[in-house]
Design a protein. Structure first.
Length: 266
């Protein structure tokens, strides 16, 4: 992909939504795109981005100021901090922001029981809007089809869709044109939809960072939220590890979930 200051930034951002292996650009445009396309530090410092960031930093004076903002603090961020930041001041709001207001439960099921369990949750819960996470794009589409066959309004979104299509689906979901959205981890970051009060992990994530980002889609703007995790036998160790790493408890799902835990008072 070739980009310079004479082309529309919006068009470039859309093109970067597709697969781009080599970017040929003027330095100013690279900096513009870095500011618009890349956001949280843990994503910014992932293996595909970190060499670019380090090169950009090399153009700055030694007395520069670098600030890192991220919802999580994985090893890659710590390594970068130790390398480039001299005696940084850390502000950690993890305890305050990440899990506050989100009630977490798990349901222990067999893989073949998941759709039936989801159907039961739909009938029992007071869902304003829900986001349902799967671990692969193929499972996203299959589950969305199953939910539609059950008679529920449902959209889906994943990384293999064209950017324009993803934008339209997300816009329609935000506008309330459907109650349920099935997605991959594409939608875990920076998505603020006030109406979402339930997140369901149809497939349980592999690590605590992904788990935090997912359940953080509910309980936004100080509202209450509910996270339901469908746990299979193979997920049991991940469940225990994520509880330990986050210092939180994911309790067994009760027969009745009190609406006061996740439904705003009128």
């Amino acid at each position: 992909m070739v980009t310079t200051g004479g082309t529309l930034l919006k068009d470039d951002i859309l093109r970067l939504g597709q697969t781009v292996h080599i970017l040929v650009a003027t330095p100013g445009r690279v900096l513009d795109l870095a500011g618009k396309v890349m956001d949280e530090a843990d994503k910014l410092l992932s293996p595909e981005f970190q060499p670019v960031i380090e090169q950009l930093i090399s153009y700055h004076p030694l007395n520069r100021q670098i600030m890192l903002f991220s919802a999580t603090f994985p090893i890659i961020v710590k390594a970068f901090k130790d390398k480039f930041l001299a005696k940084p001041y850390e502000i950690n709001l993890m305890e305050e922001l990440t899990l506050k207001g989100v009630t977490q439960f798990y349901a222990f099921v067999e893989e073949k029981q998941k759709v039936h369990c989801l159907n039961t949750l739909f009938s029992k819960l007071q869902i304003n809007q829900s986001i349902i996470f799967c671990n692969s794009t193929s499972r996203v589409e299959l589950l969305a089809k199953k939910i539609t066959e059950l008679g529920y309004s449902c959209f889906y979104i994943h990384a293999k869709m064209l950017q324009a299509h993803r934008n339209r689906v997300f816009h329609d979901f935000r506008a309330g044109r459907t109650r349920h959205l099935v997605c991959s981890d594409l939608l875990t970051r920076g998505i603020d939809i006030q109406a979402v009060n339930v997140v369901i992990n149809f497939d349980f994530p592999k690590n605590s960072e992904t788990y935090l980002h997912r359940i953080g889609r509910s309980g936004r703007f100080g509202h209450l939220g509910l996270a339901i995790n469908l746990i299979t036998y193979d997920d049991r160790f991940n469940l225990y590890r994520i509880e330990q790493e986050l210092g939180t408890e994911i309790a067994p799902i009760p027969p009745v979930i009190e609406p006061s835990l996740y439904v705003a008072l009128q």
